[in-house]
Design a protein around this ligand. Structure first.
Ligand code: ACO
Length: 327
């Protein structure tokens, strides 16, 4: 059975920062509240000229360059996003932008767990021998769907895109994984469609509405995260026949610094082994893990052979962990 190796990473560079001080001009909040409760100092907002597709393509281009792989060699592009440019899917626009003429491309939606779910999905195509080169992208423009007058959510989110390149290899570097969903907790975090009936002809009415802004029960999501994430990482480690002591880097979905700290403490992982870019990016949903991974690789922290425990969690509710060996 072919194995999976991770050979490149990249992220999009967003240049429009939105600081906590900026936000306090819009809602009743403060830099002190946001920083102490979340660890966030600023986030980035997609510029008017950016689209989900352009950000995703930029991240993918950087990852392909690191992997020294031509776009025409890519077999599959998997785009994890909850904020597509087009509800029919945005991955094909990314394929066109990259010139990845041979690649099949499709979207996958699992909110902030999207990148981990997509990584594991992509790996199955490689393990079955169907595909050799896959680009996995996590990209979200949550600013489109944030209620900028709701201080309980608007301070958390930012926009971004990150990507990795997977290549078929003799030795499998996806060492273990575990994915979970619980739809009974769906109400805790939503970006729901609100249908409005419009009469069409006779007794027939069509349901045409719009998507509501993000709503979240922050305390419930917080409790869910600090309980379920350590558990799912331990399960993935068990499948990898590894212990928490063998984790070189913990790269979690960047939702809240307090969640990162609590998960690390429960797993007994030292703070210097926890990758965090919360302060600069906020919560970029499906993009947060590949951006954090890319920054740590480019900063020379994560090196070839390092064991990385990564976990996503969020709407659905969904959560999942993957243990990978970089390079
Ligand atoms: N500025 C100032 N005060 C605020 C703000 C704000 N931005 N937001 C809330 N408050 C107030 C509240 O009104 C409340 O006031 P009260 O006590 O008078 O009622 C007080 O601060 C405390 O509010 P809590 O909700 O208890 O604050 P908490 O410490 O729980 O922090 C937070 C809130 C940051 C949202 C936290 O619960 C959290 O991070 N939850 C997890 C969110 C998350 O990780 N989501 C990830 C998934 S995202 C995805 O999948 C798309």
């Amino acid at each position: 059975m072919p194995g999976v190796s991770l050979v490149g990473s990249g992220s999009a560079c967003l240049t429009v920062p939105l600081t906590n001080a900026d936000l306090s001009q819009r809602v009743d909040t403060s830099d002190e509240w946001i920083l102490t409760r979340t660890g966030i100092r600023q986030r980035h907002i997609a510029a008017a000229a950016d689209s989900l597709a352009s950000l995703a393509a930029e991240a993918a281009r950087h990852a392909l360059t690191m992997a020294e792989l031509g776009a025409e060699e890519v077999d599959l592009i998997l785009l994890a996003t909850s904020t597509p440019d087009d509800l029919f899917g945005t991955a094909c626009q990314v394929q066109a932008a990259l010139g990845a003429t041979r690649a099949v491309a499709f979207d996958l939606t699992a909110a902030c767990s999207g990148f981990v779910f997509a990584l594991v999905t992509a790996a199955q195509y490689i393990r079955t021998g169907v595909f050799k080169h896959v680009v996995v992208i996590g990209a979200d423009v949550l600013s489109r769907w944030t209620n900028w007058d709701d201080r309980t959510t608007c301070v958390l989110f930012g926009d971004g895109a990150g990507a990795v390149v997977l290549r078929a290899a003799d030795r499998d570097r996806l060492l273990g994984f575990e994915l979970c969903s619980d739809g009974t907790l769906n109400h805790c975090l939503n970006l729901a469609y609100r249908a409005q009936a419009a009469p069409l002809v006779g007794d027939v009415a069509v349901q045409q509405g719009s998507f509501a802004p993000i709503t979240m029960n922050g305390r419930e999501v917080y409790k869910f995260a600090i309980n379920r994430v350590p558990e799912v990482i331990e399960k993935a480690l068990f499948r990898a026949s590894l212990t928490t002591a063998e984790i070189d880097w913990l790269v979690l979905h960047q939702a809240n610094q307090r969640i990162l700290d609590a998960v690390a403490s429960r797993l007994n992982v030292a703070p210097e082994r926890v990758v965090s870019n919360m302060d600069r990016h906020g919560n970029t949903s499906a993009a947060s893990i590949p951006i954090a991974l890319d920054e740590a690789v480019r900063a020379g922290q994560i090196k070839s052979g390092d064991v990385v425990a990564t976990a996503g969690f969020g709407a659905g509710l969904t959560w999942g962990a993957a243990i990978v060996q970089w390079g």
